[in-house]
Design a protein around this ligand. Structure first.
Ligand SMILES: [Zn+2]
Length: 439
């Protein structure tokens, strides 16, 4: 049996076990899963600990010593999973952990127990081989990521700072290999967008619908919507997002708004459906999502409220965009309120993690470029970055793993991972941990 085959089997079996713990969040219930994983790693020679922060809830830690007195490389994944959704649509039990049809099946198979298992099996292999040269390595299996991580990674940063203190961190996000014409590339997530939830409340005269007054809140809100729709996108090219366009567009030269629109048209015609994703990497987005006014057809409401979900590029402070909105509607009877916001997070783009994995990519997938990019969604990386650590989203998927599969299955129906994919992920995770330890 080759090493890859052996590691792949070990990963499939461990993943199958972890999926059987129902860690749907809420409520999470990660304790038993954290204990199983840390016991498994403890039996293989790692130092482990479980941090129980609430009844039945915990994060886990495993540590592999190195011979250098330096901060550890941190690898991290989360134990909790999102709800299964419509159970009747699942082909197999989402918590059965079945190994069938060339896959390991169940909620969390990719997001994120599969990632965690690749890291755990890699660490176990190094412990088994007595690999102590280089930096120490720590693995964190966090709770609570799927609902924002305040009881998971944030709790660990606040209560177990010795667990989170690291040289740099690699966790989920990124790594899917995309084809664009002749180009092949994989994203390496160096940052995540921030968020501004903003409400616009228009005032009007409340009254009977049979006697419409001059000031009608809904019409004012309509004007707000019209102005928001016409607000030109503020496209921005930065170190954290320019590699992708440099790769996709030969002789990139953007001067005007029309140049940007031309680029997105070109991307859409080459890869239909891609422009919407790419565009979101280059501008703050504004999405009107909730509208509230009267609860009865014959009552004119005294106020009408619009709420927007805005996602912000690094460099856009929530307060700055709030100021833009206030200015935009300053002549209208409208109140603009920040209903919840956080800034974007960003790690160093020029990192050894990027250069090491780029070099490995030449062996793993010749011809595939590693491009530092931003993540439109949120992971545990952002709290690590806010705490001052460089944290990166990268999963070493092989080219055979269709990125559409990740998209459909993660948080979707019939989440599962191909055994080939899991084997490659495990072998490559071992590769990059070994190489990063040497830096
Ligand atoms: Zn996840």
């Amino acid at each position: 049996m080759t090493t890859a085959t052996r590691l792949g089997k070990e990963s499939a079996n461990l993943l199958s076990e972890l999926i059987r713990f129902n860690t749907t969040n809420p409520p999470g219930d990660e304790l038993a899963c954290a204990k199983y994983l840390t016991d498994w790693l403890g039996e293989r020679g790692l130092t482990t600990e479980v941090a129980e922060f609430a009844p039945n809830r915990a994060s886990g830690m495993a540590y592999l010593a190195g011979d250098r007195d330096e901060k550890p490389l941190l690898v991290m994944g989360h134990l909790d999973v999102v709800p299964v959704g419509d159970l009747s649509k699942w082909t197999r039990d989402p918590f059965g952990g079945e190994i069938a049809d060339g896959c390991v099946w169940g909620r969390g198979a990719i997001d994120c127990k599969g990632v965690l298992v690749a890291q755990a099996v890699a660490l176990a292999e190094m412990a088994r081989n007595g690999e102590t040269t280089g930096r120490p390595v720590r693995l964190l299996a966090t709770a609570d990521e799927e609902v924002g991580g305040s009881l998971g990674i944030q709790w660990l940063l606040d209560n177990r700072p010795e667990w989170t203190d690291c040289w740099l961190c690699v966790t989920e996000g990124g790594g899917d290999i995309f084809s664009f014409g002749e180009q092949k590339f994989a994203g390496f997530m160096v940052g995540e967008k921030g968020q501004l939830q903003v409400s616009f409340t228009a005032r009007g005269e409340q009254g009977h619908a049979s006697l419409p007054p001059k000031e009608i809140a809904a019409y004012t809100l309509g004007e707000v919507l019209r102005r928001l729709e016409q607000l030109p996108p503020r496209y921005r090219l930065m170190d954290s997002n320019r590699s992708l366009l440099d790769l996709l567009i030969p002789d990139l030269n953007i001067k005007t708004q029309a140049d940007w629109e031309g680029i997105f048209q070109l991307i859409e015609s080459t890869l239909p459906g891609a422009a919407i994703f790419v565009k979101a990497l280059y501008t703050d987005t504004i999405s009107p999502t909730m509208l509230q006014a009267s609860s009865k057809i014959n009552i004119l409401p005294g106020e009408a409220k619009l709420t927007c979900d805005c996602r912000l590029l690094p460099g856009t402070e929530p307060a700055e965009l709030l100021g833009v909105f206030k200015e935009l509607v300053s002549d209208l009877p409208v109140e603009v309120v920040d209903e919840g916001s956080h800034p974007a997070s960003l790690s160093a783009v020029d990192s050894p993690a990027v250069s090491v994995i780029r070099r490995l990519m030449e062996q793993w997938e010749p011809g595939t470029e590693l491009v530092p990019t931003l993540c439109q969604a949120a992971t545990d990386s952002r709290q690590m970055r806010w705490a001052g650590y460089d944290s990166y989203g990268y999963v070493p998927f092989p080219a055979s793993h269709d990125p559409l599969r990740t998209k459909q299955r993660v948080h979707g129906i019939d989440e599962r991972i191909e055994l080939d994919t899991l084997t490659a992920m495990t072998v490559r995770t071992l590769d990059y941990i070994r190489e990063l330890r040497k830096v």
